[in-house]
Design a protein around this ligand. Structure first.
Ligand code: GLA
Length: 368
């Protein structure tokens, strides 16, 4: 068996937040930032995982690892070995060496990038021939049941299905990914990321609490997922719920799905600038109805808009992480500067800002 290097991108979500675990739709794109995993098979069934990240030590476990054996960053690697076996796939032990330029803790899915980089390499090493959606679901299971973060599959689907110049329409009910053209450059636009550097984590209780609220609301409304209510009037649906918090949670999910579908229509029609107000509406919905924003995030969105962004919103799981701003290309420096100035004024840590374009999904390279 040859040594194989897998690589997979981080992602930003253009729009469609917290919809995936509700059977809904989301529109992520793969980032140019990638994680690489060099996988060298070994015959003794042992796995070692090491990383080029400063201060990380080598972690050793058995290829038949079980949840609870490994924690920290290497749990994402161990989780992939576990999830593959749970799905009935035999993989050898291996020395896994990881290297990444996906910012960590920034809401840009460094964890899915790591899972998918290891997974595509193992798929090739073991000659499994898995399809991309199948691999995304195996990676999601690693995150859910090995690492213990109750996420949907959006991040893994973006890492597996991303493509140059396109966003991925992920339909969680159909478990499908469809490429949607998104040529920002041709429209004279740029997508600016403002990494607020405010703490964010999925493993903590808030993400799970939002998910539990949605499941509770779906049960009260007599449906298996909130997506089943998408064709109905939002007000009529929420009026059937007694609890104000559940009403707002459901309103976010239903209006967010609608914004995703509208964004897809506009992108297909080549009307890229017209998606901007939908991004800003999405942010207001996350802030007021879903309550997953953070002070740094709201300041970044407001500062971006004041500095001339066409639209801006938080992206990812929430409670910190990154904001995306759709800007006229020549305004991107001014908008980034506006965010930095506002952060300084508020006494926040300086944000990281950079422009991204949709990039390709996971892939492998075989060492000669
Ligand atoms: C995280 C999860 C995804 C998704 C987003 C919110 O990134 O991993 O599955 O739920 O949050 O849209």
């Amino acid at each position: 068996m040859n040594t194989v290097t897998g690589s997979a991108p981080g992602r930003v979500n253009l729009i469609g937040e917290h919809t995936d675990y509700n059977g809904g739709v989301a529109l992520p794109l793969a980032l140019p930032h990638r994680t690489r995993a060099r996988v060298q098979p070994r015959a003794d069934g042992v796995v070692t995982a090491s990383s080029s990240a400063p201060g990380s030590s080598t972690v050793t476990f058995d290829r038949a690892t079980q949840p609870g054996d490994v924690d920290g960053w290497a749990a994402y690697v161990a989780g992939v070995f576990w999830s593959l076996r749970e799905s009935g796939h035999e993989v050898p032990g291996a020395d896994v060496v990881v290297d990444s330029d996906v910012p960590r803790g920034a809401g840009l899915s460094s964890s899915a990038a790591l899972e998918c980089a290891v997974l595509v390499a193992l798929d090739r090493v073991a000659g499994l021939g898995l399809d991309r959606t199948g691999m995304a679901l195996i990676a999601q299971r690693a995150e859910n049941d090995y690492v213990g973060a109750p996420t949907g599959a959006m991040d893994q689907m973006a890492a597996m299905h991303g493509g140059d110049g396109q966003v991925v329409l992920f339909d969680a009910r159909a478990v499908s990914a469809q490429p949607i053209p998104c040529d920002l450059d041709a429209a004279g636009l740029a997508l600016l990321i403002i990494d607020t550097r405010a703490a964010h984590s999925h493993a903590d209780g808030e993400y799970g609490a939002r998910r539990a609220s949605c499941e509770e609301a779906a049960a009260q409304l007599g449906v298996s997922t909130l997506r089943a209510l998408q064709e109905q009037q939002v007000d009529a649906v929420v009026d059937r719920l007694g609890d104000d918090v559940l009403r707002r949670r459901v309103r976010h999910i239903l209006t967010e799905n609608a914004r995703v579908l509208r964004t897809v229509d506009l992108l297909r029609a080549g009307k890229v600038p017209d998606i901007a107000p939908l991004l800003t509406e999405s942010h207001a919905s996350m802030r007021d109805d879903y309550e997953i924003s953070a002070p740094e995030v709201d300041v970044a969105v407001e500062a971006a808009m004041q500095a001339g962004a066409l639209g801006a919103r938080m992206t990812g799981g929430g409670f910190g992480g990154s904001v995306i701003a759709l800007v006229d290309r020549e305004r991107s420096d001014a908008v980034a500067e506006g965010a930095r100035t506002a952060f300084e004024r508020n006494g926040f840590t300086e944000p990281h800002t950079f422009v991204v374009v949709p990039a390709v999904g996971a892939g492998v390279q075989e060492d000669q």
